[in-house]
Design a binder for this molecule. Structure first.
Ligand SMILES: *Cc1c(COP(=O)(O)O)cnc(C)c1O
Length: 457
């Protein structure tokens, strides 16, 4: 049960002292402080104002096993008693860290047999950034330094994460991207390919990668990085065949293929990893979020044996963090994977709740404000349009319909995210049919209520 907090005082202190993530500080001040989330159970969060909110975002795309899992509390407690911390710098490692590496290698399979640990998804991608460039140098091809990524990709908030990412508004802060990152078009059919044949559109988007490789010179390109399904960009599910084309292009020019599975991993799309769902084989995989269901900060970068064999000829790889392989985080991640496994949450997402969500979303397809619904596993999106049957937006340009509808959803008891003109959802994998229906009903009601606000955009 929650402690007896003074919520008004906490809000005042929040404004006075706390700087939140990715936020407008003045806006929070004008609001009188952030919403104070006090406790949670299952698929519901509770705030200090007494609201119980269905968590359609699984926290921030991470609480895959839901809230209130005693097994994870126990795993952390046991490990903290036995050994709360030790590092992996001193030719040392802790038992849970080794066991988690083995566990992840078993799930990724194939050549992805090695794992480097970090504490966030951004750091997992920083590890990609440094390891890929170091790999090519050791291999004797030091000119291969360029990363190819997509516009509107999200790869984190560190310098390397923002640079690899394709969010222009993030690049504008901090003089980014760093040199050596090339961005190409994203496979966003509804926004950028509307009216075209979907599969052909996907092929064209993949062809843009090859064109850029040729423009940069294949001998200069180190890797292509992409989220199998873009998350923060708006749950963008690429057309069928896109990833097969991308993989073929990478192989053709000997370029490493990196999957950023920070959201897609650990059951989200109905398999342990989305590259399995979408049918391609990366050389490296970044993972975080669902790895511990957010109960501890931990991320991992899975690396192919081919890469590791080369690194072994290069001496020290001088990269790593104080908390790389943190034993408490690793113990919690192991227990989290046990839950996903024992409760069949991955196959349930594939065979039951994922298809159920897709069907439930279809109920919105007839709504006059909905241009498209799409989902893969338990990752879904609703496109908001100003005219049925088109991809035209309120206010006449790509804009803010998503946040407008989101605010109604939250007021109606559902936490979702509004990204430009979409509502996105990513509920815990324990979600029930009834809760999926509730989620879709609340979105439908919120769309109706939002109409006057949208007309004013
Ligand atoms: C969230 C996210 C990241 C960054 O993870 P952090 O833990 O916030 O650093 C990177 N890539 C993708 C695809 C993400 O969704």
């Amino acid at each position: 049960m929650p402690q007896n907090y003074d919520i008004a005082e906490l809000k005042r202190l929040d404004v006075a002292h706390h700087l939140p993530a990715q936020q407008d500080y003045k806006l929070i001040e004008d609001m009188g402080g952030s919403r104070i989330v006090t406790h949670a159970e299952g698929c519901y969060i509770h705030d200090g104002d007494g609201n119980r909110i269905l968590d359609g975002m699984a926290g921030l795309w991470c609480v895959n096993v839901g809230y209130g899992r005693e097994e994870l509390v126990e795993a952390a407690t046991r490990q903290m008693r036995e050994l709360p911390y030790y590092n992996t710098f001193f030719k040392t490692v802790t038992p849970p860290t080794v066991l988690l590496a083995q566990r992840i290698a078993g799930l990724t399979g194939g050549k992805l047999q090695h794992v480097f640990f970090n504490t966030s998804g951004s750091e997992a991608n920083d590890t990609v950034f440094r390891m890929v460039r170091h790999y090519w140098k050791v291999k004797g091809e030091p000119k291969r330094t360029v990363f190819i990524s997509r516009w509107n990709a999200y790869h984190g908030s560190t310098v390397a994460g923002v640079s690899l990412g394709g969010m222009k508004f993030m690049h504008e802060q901090g003089n980014l991207p760093v040199p050596g990152v090339e961005h190409v078009r994203q496979p966003y059919w509804f926004g950028e390919g509307f009216g075209q044949d979907k599969v052909q559109f996907g092929k064209d988007c993949a062809a843009a990668i090859e064109e850029r490789i040729l423009a940069v010179g294949p001998e200069n390109v180190a890797a292509f990085i992409g989220e199998p399904v873009q998350g923060a960009g708006g749950v963008i599910i690429p057309p069928d065949g896109y990833w097969q084309e991308v993989e073929a292009i990478c192989r053709k020019y000997g370029i490493l293929l990196v999957a950023d599975e920070v959201i897609c991993g650990f059951g989200r799309t109905g398999n342990w990893f989305a590259h399995q769902t979408l049918g391609f084989t990366p050389d490296m995989v970044a993972m975080a979020k669902g790895l511990s269901s957010g109960y501890q900060p931990i991320s991992a970068t899975a690396v192919s044996s081919d890469i590791v064999e080369v690194l072994k000829t290069g001496g020290d790889f001088v990269h790593g963090f104080t908390y790389s392989g943190h034993p408490v985080a690793a113990a919690v991640a192991l227990a989290n994977i046990d839950i996903l496994d024992h409760e069949g949450l991955v196959t349930r997402t594939r065979d039951d709740t994922g298809p159920y969500l897709a069907n439930a979303l279809k109920r919105l397809d007839g709504h006059e404000l909905v241009g498209e619904t799409r989902s893969i596993g338990l990752l879904g999106a609703v496109e908001i349009v100003s005219k049925p049957g088109t991809n035209e937006r309120w206010g006449g340009k790509e804009g803010n319909a998503g946040p407008v509808v989101r605010d109604h959803c939250i007021a109606n008891g559902l936490m979702v995210r509004g990204i430009r003109d979409t509502i996105v959802m990513c509920p815990p994998l324990i979600i029930t049919h009834q809760q999926i229906d509730d989620m879709v009903d609340i979105i439908a009601r919120s769309l109706d209520q939002a109409l006057p606000d949208l007309q004013a955009l």
